[in-house]
Write a protein that binds this ligand. Structure first.
Ligand code: ADP
Ligand code: ASP
Ligand code: MG
Length: 441
């Protein structure tokens, strides 16, 4: 069986939902389909929670009422039969009464997570009702019955495997199984989620859990592009990526894929295909364990990066210095993205600055500390095997006119990363695209 995930844009309106249903039923094959909330819904639910945290009941009610009106209008657009409309209408009424029931007093993360889960619960109910109205044998499998995280907030693969298989077995003979992306239960049994954009992760986890033949991520663009199509002109889809290349790109900002989503598929050796809902016959991007030798595949950028440099004469010929530095970051649960060292100094980049002041204060015990904010990591991904000639120099040449704060190469066989100013990002991405992919000098 294949596992298919459709994002918020792909189920963003009743018409889009119908298009998705056509797409998943056309070939008559059995599928497990993971859906996001309709686009914009999770943001509205976040807003409701923010108002409740702030004690603003009226603010929350305004958002709830707007959302309710929008969803009620979708019902007659999606469904024809009165009985089906009534069924979905009743479900929506329950859901919106539930959203309304949260009190600002004592509002905590537990309630917030329950609110955030409603978008996927609604979209999947609507799509299942539509499939059934069309005479398709479709079952809605509640993700909260099998998607579970352990005390480290990692997916509990043993539990998920066992319970997802059971949910499938309990609804035998269906053509389409629909389930919610993003939402899960945590180790305490409370409703939780896999972080924003986490529906991709659900699909990958489920694909691994049920040993799917393929995981497909469907969105509104043809595959992973070789540069960010939102900021760069002349980008093209990359037709094939190694798991490691895709993971680097996803982590460093190619929004088409959630960074966590590669790991379960890679571990279970299940190919991932990125496909376009608007153009289903386009080839998309295949991600698997095969590397294409001698090629630069793509570029991505991650913003909001802070660089920290620590210079210390004590580092000269000393051992244990790096451990002390890293321990400080560990204490403050801050992960380091890039690192460069010289004999007397270390530069590191982080994206989580919640504990920056504390970290800097501790680092100062060991040397002189400099902080550069508003930085951006540019990650060039491809066959960067160190014995290959010329690849790193091509990327460096392209950036000849841009001030580069750090360069990291050799950490893996698949990437070279540059730390530059955020204000230079667009120019750098365009330049890399022109030189690496479009043959300009
Ligand atoms: P969905 O709701 O389907 O998950 P997202 O909005 O989360 O959709 O992600 C898809 C978007 O990511 C695309 O519309 C595209 O603009 C953007 N994107 C960013 N970088 C890339 C890239 N390198 N290749 C393709 N798309 C990208
Ligand atoms: N609905 C969730 C979000 O907007 C999850 C997802 O779309 O993947 O973040
Ligand atoms: Mg997404």
């Amino acid at each position: 069986m294949k596992v298919l995930k459709f994002g918020g844009t792909s189920v963003g309106s009743p018409q889009r939902m119908k298009d998705v249903c056509k797409l998943i039923t056309e070939d008559g094959q059995q599928k497990l389909v993971v859906l996001s909330a309709m686009s914009g819904t999770t943001n509205s639910l976040v807003e409701i929670a923010q108002y409740l945290y702030g004690g603003n009941r009226n603010g929350a009610d305004d958002v709830i009422n707007r959302l309710r009106a929008k969803y009620y209008a979708h019902v007659p657009e999606l469904l024809e039969k009165k009985a089906n409309q009534d069924k979905v209408q009743k479900f929506l009424e329950e859901k919106f009464a539930y959203l309304q029931s949260f009190k600002a007093a004592g509002f905590s993360e537990i309630e917030e997570k329950a609110i955030l889960a409603q978008g996927e619960l609604i979209s999947t109910f609507m799509v299942t009702a539509y499939l059934q109205e069309q005479g398709i044998k479709a079952a809605l499998l509640p993700a909260l019955d099998f998607m579970k995280t352990d005390p480290d907030a990692e997916p509990d693969m043993v539990f998920i495997s066992k319970h997802a298989e059971k949910a499938l077995a309990d609804a035998p003979g269906m053509q389409i199984y629909i389930t919610q992306g993003f939402i899960c239960r945590n180790a305490d049994g409370n409703i939780d989620n896999l972080q924003r954009g986490g529906s991709d992760y659900t699909a990958s986890i489920l694909g691994a859990a049920i040993k799917a033949e393929e995981i497909q991520i469907w969105t509104d663009i043809d595959g992973m592009h070789n540069n960010d199509p939102r900021v760069v002109k002349g980008t093209k889809p990359v037709r094939h990526l190694h798991f490691e290349e895709a993971a680097e790109l996803a982590y460093f900002g190619a929004k088409i894929l959630h960074p966590t989503c590669i790991q379960p598929a890679k571990a279970a050796c299940i190919p991932v295909r990125l496909l376009n809902t608007m153009e289903p016959s386009a080839p998309g991007t295949l991600i698997d364990n095969n590397a294409e030798p001698g090629r630069i595949a793509a570029v991505a950028a991650k913003e909001n990066i802070t660089a920290i440099k620590i210079k210390s004469s004590r580092m000269l010929l000393a051992h244990g210095f790096l451990r002390k530095v890293f321990e400080i970051f560990e204490t403050y649960r801050t992960s380091i993205d890039m690192i460069c060292t010289s004999e007397v100094g270390v530069s590191m980049s982080i994206d989580n600055t919640r504990n920056l002041n504390e970290i800097v204060a501790e680092l100062k015990k060991y040397g002189t500390v400099t902080v550069d904010e508003g930085m951006c990591i540019i990650c060039v991904v491809g066959d960067m095997e160190w014995e290959n000639l010329g690849f790193e120099s091509r990327a460096l040449d392209a950036l000849a006119d841009i001030p580069v704060r750090m360069i990291s190469y050799g950490g893996s066989n698949y990437n070279i990363s540059f730390l530059i100013r955020e204000s230079d990002k667009t120019a750098a991405l365009q330049r890399l695209s022109d030189v690496l992919f479009n043959g300009k000098k």
